[in-house]
Design a protein around this ligand. Structure first.
Ligand code: AP5
Ligand code: MG
Length: 216
């Protein structure tokens, strides 16, 4: 059966970082709703214009817009074997819609991985984060620096800082996470598919722990 694995966690918990590693290890595409929005923003598409105001102020993009974008992405041919979902679902109605969507493919969510990280650590991680312009590969100026400052190790593109990583916007994103996304932890726990992972350790230890848990 196709494998659909969700990464849940606060802003800065390490979803994108781990999705990148899992993609290599599991041979599945990783789909980041945030990265899809940012790509649309860069290309000035209609979708990008709709999402812009929400992203810049640290609010969630409305469910109907987000769900349509993910449905389109999951319908592409590279997702028939499954996908790693980073940042989607983020609300109970997105989670229910994902279940319906996957049921139509004769599939379901296999695991929801919840990366739990101490709140004071999140702000430090986000303020030092850098991303590559070409594909969104994730770095941190202190914790996970590129070999050459400002340049992506993987594709050589330039690194940039996300506009929503300013301290005020980060605090708003964390509030929104508590209000709207945290209920999903119970949603997946009730289904018996939640794996809670201590995200306060090194990137490598976390990756090893996730793979061990999902391959058991
Ligand atoms: P999105 O891009 O998903 O942002 P987010 O959820 O706030 O999460 P982040 O990407 O900030 O954190 P992450 O967990 O991926 O951490 P990372 O691995 O980069 O969404 C952005 C916006 O888009 C939202 O605010 C919303 O507006 C909109 N949106 C997206 N999805 C939506 C949805 N489903 N519905 C509605 N709206 C949606 O790591 C962070 C930093 O820490 C990096 O620098 C990294 O190098 C470092 N790091 C990672 N792991 C470790 C470690 N173990 N130790 C030390 N440092 C580490
Ligand atoms: Mg991310």
């Amino acid at each position: 059966m196709a494998r659909y694995i969700i990464l849940l966690g606060a802003p800065g918990a390490g979803k994108g970082t781990q999705a990148q590693i899992m993609r290599e290890k599991l041979g599945l595409p990783n789909i980041s709703s945030g990265e899809l929005f940012r790509e649309n923003l860069r290309n000035r598409t209609e979708l990008g214009k709709l999402a812009e105001g929400f992203i810049k102020t640290g609010k969630l993009v409305p469910d109907d817009i987000t769900i349509k974008m993910i449905k389109d992405r999951l319908s592409q041919s590279d997702c028939t074997k499954g996908a790693i979902l980073d940042g989607f679902p983020r609300t109970p109605s997105q989670a229910e819609e994902l279940d319906r969507m996957l049921a139509q493919f004769g599939s379901k969510v296999e695991w929801a991985i919840y990366l739990s990280v101490a709140e004071n650590e999140l702000v430090d991680r986000l303020s030092g984060r850098r991303l590559c312009k070409a594909q969104g590969h994730v770095y941190h100026v202190l914790n996970n620096p590129p070999e050459q400052a400002g340049i992506c190790d993987i594709d050589g593109s330039e690194l940039y800082q996300r506009e929503d990583d300013r301290v005020e916007t980060v605090q708003q994103r964390i509030r929104v996470y508590h209000q709207q996304t945290q209920p999903l932890i119970e949603y997946y726990r009730d289904k018996g598919i939640l794996k809670e992972i201590d995200g306060n350790r090194s990137i490598e230890m976390i990756a090893e722990n996730i793979l061990k848990e999902i391959e058991r």
